[in-house]
Design a protein around this ligand. Structure first.
Ligand code: HEC
Length: 205
């Protein structure tokens, strides 16, 4: 019995090429063999230090941005469990505000801006009143051009008349009072919709 292959239908003229092809194939196989052997060796090394590489992976998956206060740049601890929505978790991991440019979030942010009386001091369109305009691109605190910086400023306040609004900080007598990270990201998305900056330009990657 003969297996029918496509080769049988080829004209004789193409056959001389078969030989260089075969050499090439042999070379390729050899190269592959070397590569596979090399990879296997690498694999062993990884296994040998498996414990430390597993630790690195675990650390990477829980990597978060580090907050600092706007008052003096000292470390600002915010309980990770307060970041309880996918957007808030993404912000905690990357410093990027995923709500910027998202219509629903911006509409919600406008309401939250009113709810927390930001309007009273910063004006209904964040253009400034008692407090400064929030739309940028220039800020009292240069860091407010980034979403992480503006988050820190609103969360923990400033020394110049901006009170802390973060949950648990706004009203020392009621730990449940105050803006949540998810709400604050929506407020910031609304503020950004009035200016040219997205605030994500310099997000930590
Ligand atoms: C009682 C008035 C008042 C309220 C309410 C208030 N702010 Fe402010 N805010 C201020 C003042 C005053 C400043 C200027 C502070 C300074 O320069 O240190 C300020 C500064 C800021 C800044 C920094 C601006 C810059 O130029 O760097 C941001 C951002 C901000 N406020 C956001 C908010 C948001 C969001 C809310 C609502 C959750 C809010 N503020 C509520 C008075 C207020």
């Amino acid at each position: 019995m003969r297996l029918k292959t496509g080769l049988e239908n080829r004209p004789m003229a193409t056959l001389p090429q078969a030989s260089p092809n075969a050499t090439l194939r042999a070379k390729t196989s050899l190269a592959l063999l070397v590569l596979v052997t090399g990879l296997a060796a690498c694999d062993k090394q990884t296994t040998a230090s498996g414990e430390s590489s597993a630790k690195t992976e675990a650390a990477a998956s829980t990597e978060t941005i580090k907050f600092v206060t706007t008052q003096d740049g000292s470390p600002l601890e915010i309980k990770p469990e307060l970041f309880d929505t996918p957007a808030a978790k993404e912000f905690l991991a990357t410093g990027k505000n995923p709500y910027v440019g998202k219509e629903d979030a911006i509409a919600a942010g406008k309401k939250i801006f009113q709810l927390y009386s930001c309007t009273q001091c910063h004006g209904p369109e964040a253009g400034g009143q008692v407090g400064p305009a929030l739309t940028g691109p220039n800020y009292n605190y240069a860091k407010d051009a980034t979403n992480k910086g503006m988050f820190e400023t609103v969360w923990h306040g400033t020394n110049g008349g901006m009170g802390a609004k973060g949950k648990g900080l706004m009203d020392p007598s009621d730990p449940n009072n105050g803006i949540t990270p998810d709400e604050l990201l929506k407020v910031i998305a609304w503020i950004r919709s009035h200016g040219q900056l997205t605030g994500n330009e310099d997000a930590a990657s």
